[in-house]
Design a protein around this ligand. Structure first.
Ligand SMILES: [Mn+2]
Length: 354
């Protein structure tokens, strides 16, 4: 496994890695479980999965290349770890410092002897941020399904239609196209509510002249998509047009500089400066974008403080937004795949207000 080679190259002296986070387990094993389990991946030798009875048959069928150990109780999980530490002579254990709860860490400490815990989360994040060809195909499909949902959402917009009608129509179409569920709660935010960057979807009825922000995404084979469009109900007025053109130019100009070697904060800065010049500087209150993959938000970060270095194979969103209280908001979000020379857009819904 290519990613394991990368992992050991970056993990230094670590003897083994223990993983509890479902998304990390999936990345290294192709097995997704929401119930408690862990993987122990030794630097040398066969990796192991300790699973509950609930996951036993699924794991035996799907967890290729792993030794499967069943644990029947919490004590069992701990005893297994104790035995593995001895058998594999683990002295330095890589672990997920950004995920493990205090109580699980205490259990590991209790059931082990002379063990050093080495933080490994940042290394795993970096490895996961460079997508393989097969991951890119799944993300591409997730993005296509989201495009179809967006098309339906925009078609549904009309005076008198409720926000959750729009969300329901989009989600139905996406399910029919193979979505495994939404990657986050679909946002349809209209009128004054469009100025809330993380608005939920309500029963508000659309009114002629409203700005409507639609933000949606799906999971396809455990990979996420995320896209946002902003529309008006009926024709836009000149202020709405100016707001929209500013956000769109900021997005396009910033996307234009994407290539390997650029830093997250350099991309963010291009969009932020353009928005500031147009007088909306105080109202772009979130980062320009975020990595996306097995999780809807992952490495890298495209924000004003991010020194993450962009590289080929990364997938992230480009989503500037401006939110004017009592007027409305506008966000435009697309998914970008970084190529050796430049980038490719994975989402393709038309960008227009009406
Ligand atoms: Mn997003």
């Amino acid at each position: 496994m290519n990613m394991l080679k990368k992992l050991w190259g970056m993990l230094g002296e670590v003897d083994a890695l223990i993983l509890f986070k479902p998304e990390n387990i999936f990345y290294f094993s192709n097995f997704f479980s929401s119930s408690f389990m862990y993987l122990v991946i030794p630097r040398d030798g066969v990796p192991l999965a300790v699973v509950s009875q609930l996951d036993l048959w699924a794991a035996k069928n799907e967890l290729k290349g792993f030794s499967i150990i069943e644990a029947k109780s919490q004590e069992d999980f701990d005893k297994c770890f104790s035995k593995l530490q001895k058998d594999l002579k683990i002295k330095k254990l890589g672990f997920e410092e950004d995920f493990l709860t205090v109580s699980v860490k205490e259990r590991l400490e209790k059931s082990s002897d002379g063990l050093n815990f080495i933080p490994a989360s940042n290394i795993i994040k970096k490895i996961r941020s460079i997508k393989s060809r097969s991951e890119i195909e799944k993300i591409r499909k997730a993005a296509k399904i989201a495009d179809e949902g967006m098309k339906k959402a925009i078609e549904t917009i009309a005076p008198g239609v409720r926000e959750y009608d729009v969300a329901a129509e989009a989600e139905y179409v996406m399910r029919k196209r193979g979505s495994g569920g939404t990657s986050f709660e679909t946002i349809v935010a209209s009128g004054y509510r469009s100025a809330f960057p993380h608005a939920s979807t309500s029963g508000r009825k659309l009114v002629k002249g409203d700005l409507v922000v639609i933000d949606l995404g799906v999971r396809y084979k455990n990979y996420c998509s995320d896209i946002t469009r902003t529309c008006t109900v009926g024709s836009p007025n000149s202020e709405q047009e100016k707001l929209f053109q500013t956000v769109l130019s900021a997005q396009q100009k910033a996307i234009g500089i994407i290539r390997p070697g650029v830093k997250g904060n350099e991309i963010d800065k291009v969009a932020r400066e353009l928005i500031k010049r147009e007088g909306y500087g105080d109202f772009f209150i979130h980062s320009f974008g975020h990595g996306i993959g097995i999780e809807v938000h992952e490495h890298p970060s495209i924000s004003s403080s991010s020194t993450d270095i962009i590289d080929a194979g990364m997938v992230f969103t480009a989503e500037p937004g401006v939110y004017l209280p009592n007027f409305g908001g506008c966000r435009i979000e697309d998914m970008i795949l970084v190529r050796k020379r430049g980038y490719e857009l994975l989402t393709s819904s038309p960008r227009s207000l009406h």
